[in-house]
Design a protein around this ligand. Structure first.
Ligand code: BF8
Length: 649
């Protein structure tokens, strides 16, 4: 194990995590924070994006503008290598969402055919989607419609001609025209991923501009055949989220109960775990526990929080910490963002790490195979394993941080519109739009993405949010960033103190109309695939105003990004013409050309994302400076719309 240098206060803002980091050291357990420190300064070539490992002539590395070789053995320049590596990241980010969506579509199909033990929880959303797809719904059985919607959804992975069906039903026609003129409209998700990998291969695409447009094409695939498709069909199966009150932080783990953590991304498994936990309570009591306590980690946590109000313990960087409490009987994982270290940490305690999918196995974990058809059996097996583990606890190793905070979640676009209807039944968007026009709400920013052991956990997410709130920016949040903001009371009425006066007024009026003291200043919109909900909200506003999304004073920010998935989502928002901030250096600095295309202003550079699409990438590590760069762009967009603009200091 590496020698630890940093104080725990420098590693995480979360006091519960700090407490568990100290305990981990006492217990001799290595964590991601230790490994990050042991890794030391990161490889400069990697950080700049100028390392090429695509064939066995290399690996080739280029020192930009330096003395060494200025091209790989094959002749690829730094511009081509950096652009290709960026496309690789976006493709690696898109593929997991695309696979997630396909799994949900298959589950809907099997449900409709009576082969999987789920039901259509939200027929209204199903019928709405069916109508948008142009399917006949009148006089038909709901399961029949569900089957047809599922088959149509699967066309997003199969059709050889045309445009992704989900893009066609969701995107703004004018924006689609722009994408068409730039030849970035996707045909089917599998084809796009294959094509992207193909063009990255040695001896294929070497034009940096073409490669970056390729990244946009994959990002659009991610947005529609990954994010939107997953959310829409999950809402059909499990319900559209509505406001729920719950709790965050490690204090949600309960000493006297069988604790089961659900971690990963796909809600098909976690929904069943929650269902069967209730049904098997008696078995837990039989071994001396008071019951079964399910809590979430990462995006599975977001999914079951949004729909069921299940509490959330922690986010990405500190996913090992629940195990360190010594009070977790099982950590059940599905896919994505699961640290392979989990079984090694669990070895020091009694926790059983349970993998569930054939494509995600980890040495040292127990594997209980989950399929939609055997969902009930798998959930029961997992819960019974956890119950059996309760008796194996070592009381001397148990220590649970007491901190927990209340948070509101469940702000789907549908729920936001419902809340606005309480202010204006006939024209629900009117109060929101009027307040944006007047400047009470300066703009809307989506705080999204991860935490990253490279920087102090939660800190940048929280600081960016507070600075924006101070300037009357309404914040919506997803992913692990949402966890950060909830943990620091920005999703509860207590967060109101951080808001500017205008925003405070709006939140109170809408809150009171809904029987609450106030709306929370940050609206939790869900998991990372639920960035589709952010997109839905932006589209709803843009369509109401008769403008394109790119004209609105909105932006995205991922201050603690770690995953390529977040880069894919960010690129999707860039394609919509929405600015995206990242607080961790994206590996593009090795090419001035690529950096200028992605991050440059259209007035200063001939070819930019800003000029082509209307949004640009902003890289700034300092959260306060980052917030102000975002505010500047919001002000620019307000000016272009002829809206009043305050002085930002
Ligand atoms: O998909 S925010 S660390 S858990 S990648 Fe991963 Fe990042 Fe968390 Fe959810 Ni999204």
């Amino acid at each position: 194990m590496s020698k630890t240098v940093h104080n725990v206060e420098e590693l995480s803002l979360d006091t519960g995590v700090q407490e568990m980091l100290l305990k981990a050291r006492e217990d001799g357990v290595e964590t991601a924070f230790d490994r990050s420190e042991a890794m030391g300064a990161r490889c400069k070539f990697g950080l700049l994006g100028v390392c090429c490992k695509r064939c066995l002539e290399g690996p080739c590395r280029i020192v930009p503008g330096g003395k060494g070789p200025q091209a790989g053995v094959c002749g690829a320049t730094a511009d081509a290598i950096v652009a290709r590596n960026f496309l690789t990241l976006v493709t690696e980010g898109a593929a997991p969402h695309i696979e997630h969506a396909r799994e949900v579509a298959l589950t809907l199909l099997e449900t409709a055919e009576g082969k999987a033990p789920y039901s259509i929880s939200n027929p209204d959303k199903l019928l709405d989607i069916a109508a948008r797809l142009g399917l006949t719904v009148d006089g038909r059985e709901i399961k029949e419609v569900a089957r047809e919607v599922a088959l149509k959804a699967l066309e997003n992975f199969q059709q050889q001609f045309g445009v992704l069906p989900w893009l066609k039903i969701k995107a703004q026609p004018k924006t689609v025209e722009r994408w068409q003129s730039l030849n970035v409209l996707p045909v089917n998700a599998h084809l796009e991923v294959t094509n992207a990998v193909n063009r990255q291969a040695m001896g294929c695409d070497a034009d940096p501009v073409n490669l970056l447009l390729g990244a946009i094409r994959v990002a659009l695939t991610d947005g529609y055949a990954g994010l939107h498709l997953s959310t829409d069909l999950q809402d059909v199966l499990f319900g559209v989220p509505a406001v729920v009150k719950s709790e965050y932080r490690l204090g949600v783990i309960k000493e006297d109960m069988v604790n089961i953590s659900v971690h990963g991304h796909i809600p098909m498994l976690s929904e069943k775990i929650v269902e069967w936990a209730e049904k098997l309570e008696n078995e837990a009591r039989a071994v001396g526990a008071k019951g079964i306590n399910i809590f979430g980690v990462c995006c599975t946590g977001n999914e079951i929080l949004m729909r069921r109000g299940v509490p959330v313990a922690t986010n990405f960087s500190s996913q090992e910490m629940p195990i360190v409490t010594g009070a977790v009987e099982a950590m059940v994982v599905d896919i994505q963002c699961i640290m392979p270290s989990l079984p090694r940490v669990a070895k020091c305690y009694h926790t059983e790490i349970i993998t569930t999918l054939p494509s995600v196995k980890i040495p040292g974990a127990t594997h209980v195979e989950f399929t939609p058809e055997n969902a009930d059996e798998a959930a029961q097996t997992i819960i019974r394993k956890a119950i059996a583990n309760f008796t194996k606890r070592d009381p001397a190793k148990i220590k649970i941080p007491q901190d927990k905070v209340e948070a509101y979640a469940g702000f789907s676009t549908e729920q936001i519109l419902e809340a606005l209807k309480k202010v204006n039944q006939e024209d629900p968007l009117q109060p929101l739009v009027e307040n944006i026009k007047s400047g009470n709400i300066l703009g809307v920013v989506a705080l999204v993405g991860c935490t990253n052991p490279r920087i102090k956990q939660d800190w940048a997410n929280v600081e960016v949010a507070k600075e924006l709130l101070k300037h009357n920016v309404l914040i919506v949040a997803t992913g692990c960033s949402a966890h950060s903001l909830a943990k620091f009371s920005l999703m509860s009425p207590r967060g109101l103190e951080y808001c500017g006066e205008g925003l405070q007024q709006v939140l109170k009026v809408i809150g009171k109309a809904n029987g609450l003291e106030t709306l929370p200043p940050v609206l939790h919109m869900g998991s990372c695939v639920d960035n589709s909900r952010v997109d839905d909200l932006v589209m709803t506003l843009a369509n109401y105003l008769g403008v394109e999304a790119r004209d609105l004073p909105v932006a995205g920010s991922s201050p603690e990004v770690q995953s390529p998935k977040a880069l894919a989502i960010g690129s999707y928002f860039l394609a919509q013409g929405i600015d995206v901030h990242v607080g961790i250096q994206p590996p593009i600095a090795g090419s001035e050309l690529v950096s200028n295309i992605l991050m440059g202003d259209k007035d200063r550079h001939a070819l930019t994302m800003d000029g082509l699409f209307g949004g640009k990438l902003i890289y700034e590590e300092d959260p306060i400076k980052a917030a102000h760069l975002i505010l500047e762009r919001i002000i620019q967009k307000r000016k272009a719309l002829g809206l009043p603009c305050p002085d930002i200091t």
